[in-house]
Design a protein around this ligand. Structure first.
Ligand code: PRP
Ligand code: URA
Length: 213
């Protein structure tokens, strides 16, 4: 895959350790859910290093008064792509409990692999927030591209996208379609199979999170 300025691949040993357990077909639904949350929290920490609106606050310590920067109220929105993106919301909320949540419902047509929209409900004023779009899997990139396009149409100007596992095909597609959106992927996998599944991947993230298969 080409090097893109707007793509960060984590390759962090702690995240890699957790991804190994996540991939394992024997990992239970409960552990899978917990791991997706933990990986999301670790990624969020780095993903929000830049671009978070802050304001100066005066704080009186027991010794003196100082100025400390804090995250601006109401500055961040999380937008999970349904369903599997839901599994990442708590992982961000651990760090930003007050982040508003919007939902975009997309499912992939199993034959064409094209995303179909079935739901969209976004918080008021989302256009002025830093929007963090989350989905564990970035496969062909169709769902991520469409979700980001929907948010831009709604007026959102600052968007970041975070996925646990990405395929080179999908990462390139989103990076090129949305050069103004930074993409964070914990692990870059080899390729897609003929059904659009990521190899080696972890299977169907939605089914593993919600026990639907
Ligand atoms: C999965 C996944 C992404 C999408 C990725 O969702 O959670 O949203 O596929 O594939 P893409 O990059 O090729 O678009 P799916 O459509 O299976 O729906 P689900 O989350 O409801 O299971
Ligand atoms: N969606 C998933 O859940 N897994 C894949 O490998 C590809 C798309």
């Amino acid at each position: 895959m080409k090097n893109y300025e707007n793509v960060t691949i984590f390759n962090h040993p702690l995240i890699s350790h957790k991804v190994a357990i996540l991939r394992d077909e024997k990992t239970s639904m409960k552990e899978f859910r917990e791991l997706v949350e933990e990986i999301t929290t670790l990624m969020t920490f780095e993903c929000l290093r830049e671009g978070v609106p802050t304001v100066a606050k005066e704080v009186k310590t027991p010794l003196e008064t100082c100025t400390q920067y804090v995250v601006k109220d109401n500055a961040i929105a999380i937008v999970p792509i349904l369903r599997a993106g839901l599994g990442m919301v708590n992982g961000v909320h651990v760090l930003f409990p007050s982040a508003r949540v919007g939902h975009i419902g997309l499912y992939r047509n199993e034959e064409t692999l094209e995303p179909c929209e079935y739901y969209c409900k976004l918080p008021e004023g989302i256009e002025d927030k830093l929007v963090l779009v989350v989905d564990p899997m970035l496969a062909t990139g169709g769902s991520a591209c469409d979700a980001i396009a929907m948010l831009k149409k709604r007026g959102c100007k600052t968007i970041k996208f975070m996925a646990v596992i990405g395929a080179p095909e999908g990462v390139s597609r989103v990076a090129e379609a949305h050069p103004d959106v930074h993409i964070y992927v914990s692990t870059l996998d080899r390729c897609l199979n003929e059904n659009g599944y990521i190899l080696p991947g972890l299977g169907d993230a939605g089914d593993r999170l919600f026990g639907t298969k």
